[in-house]
Ligand binder design. Structure first.
Ligand code: NAP
Length: 300
């Protein structure tokens, strides 16, 4: 069994990005700039934003945090989005999700200029990804694709089971996997991403275990700790665990630990490759945001 070390691969990619950005700045151009909009004080969101700001600093991307209280209205947030769309100094920005319940996330995402949408969540970017046009790809699927690619795990001709059908993970992941390679992510290895036969499962799927047992690769993004158990995974499969759930843990100084969607200890011995949680997909998602920001900068 080989552990897919997202932490290590993300560090390598950050070093590559730093070199590229230093070369840009050496020519006299300004550094890429990312803005991160956060509303309220969701502890998990605050941690994610802090990690994103730290990663930006490491590679030389200027990053600005724009924080609003929960009381901001949808109309006010739309005004801020319009300002960011018009600001020529901002190459890309994200609105950290989730938003408070009085704000419609889809309304906000749809208002983001797709050329600055470095989370790849606007209808334009998703539609362009579906059609195989150049697009900014959602950060988590992009990170998983990069991880598979860098470990030379080919998806061509393989049966990949994606558990979860969210707009941010499951759906775009399935699209990338089933596409002809090179359409949306030209820098990735053709051997690694695309040309797969994809099955998408969700909470209404009636025979999840039987479907998973036919998978060469399982990618699970359900937010349901230990959903994937050893009896669902065939020998030699690859398992990518996207799930991150905070579960209470009296033994941890923080009072909680992060749980993935895979029963790791039981599943890992059966696998050819498996991601840990934490240290697998999470760091790849953050580094993909940096890659998307540089992509948006280069397009400006
Ligand atoms: P989401 O929007 O809640 O979607 C979860 C999906 O999983 C839904 O399609 C749901 O089915 C399906 N599902 C839930 N329980 C299931 C079950 N028992 N059997 C089969 N399918 C089930 O979540 P998300 O935003 O995609 O995130 C999923 C998980 O990944 C969360 O833990 C999140 O924190 C994590 N995440 C991690 C990263 C990272 O960088 N590592 C990035 C993004 C998200 P229905 O559609 O039928 O409800």
């Amino acid at each position: 069994m080989t552990l897919l070390d997202g932490k290590q691969i993300a560090a390598e990619i950050r070093a590559e990005l730093r070199t590229q950005i230093e070369a840009i700045v050496a020519t006299g151009r300004r550094a890429p700039k990312l803005a991160i909009v956060i509303v309220g004080h969701n502890p998990a969101s605050e941690t994610y934003v802090a990690n994103k700001l730290k990663a930006c600093a490491e590679v030389g991307i200027c990053a600005e945090k724009i924080a609003f209280e929960d009381s901001i209205t949808e109309a006010q947030l739309l005004e801020e989005v319009a300002k960011l769309n018009a600001d020529n100094d901002i190459d890309g920005y994200i609105v950290q999700l989730p938003l408070p319940s009085h704000i419609n996330e889809q309304t906000i995402l749809s208002a983001i200029d797709y050329r600055k949408d470095v989370d790849g969540l606007t209808p334009e970017n998703v539609g362009r990804t579906v059609q195989g046009l150049p697009s900014i790809v959602s950060a988590t699927p992009r990170g998983i694709s990069e991880l598979l690619s860098r470990y030379h795990i080919a998806t061509e001709g393989k049966h990949v089971v994606v558990i979860g059908r969210s707009n941010i993970v499951g759906k775009p992941m399935a699209i990338l996997l089933m596409q002809r390679p090179y359409l949306t992510l030209p820098r990735l290895s053709a051997a690694a991403v695309g040309n797969a036969t994809v099955t998408i499962c969700h909470s209404k799927t009636s025979n999840l275990k039987q479907i998973c047992l036919t998978a060469d690769i399982i990618i699970v993004a359900a937010g349901s700790p230990a959903l994937v158990t050893a009896d669902m995974v065939r020998e030699g499969a690859t398992v990518i665990d996207v799930g991150i759930t905070r579960v209470e843990d009296a033994n941890s100084p923080k009072g909680y630990r992060l749980a993935g969607d895979v029963d790791f200890d039981a599943v890992a011995p059966k696998c050819a490759f498996i991601t840990p949680v934490p240290g697998g997909v999470g760091p790849m998602t953050i580094v993909s945001l940096l890659q998307n920001t540089l992509q948006a900068y280069n397009k400006q």
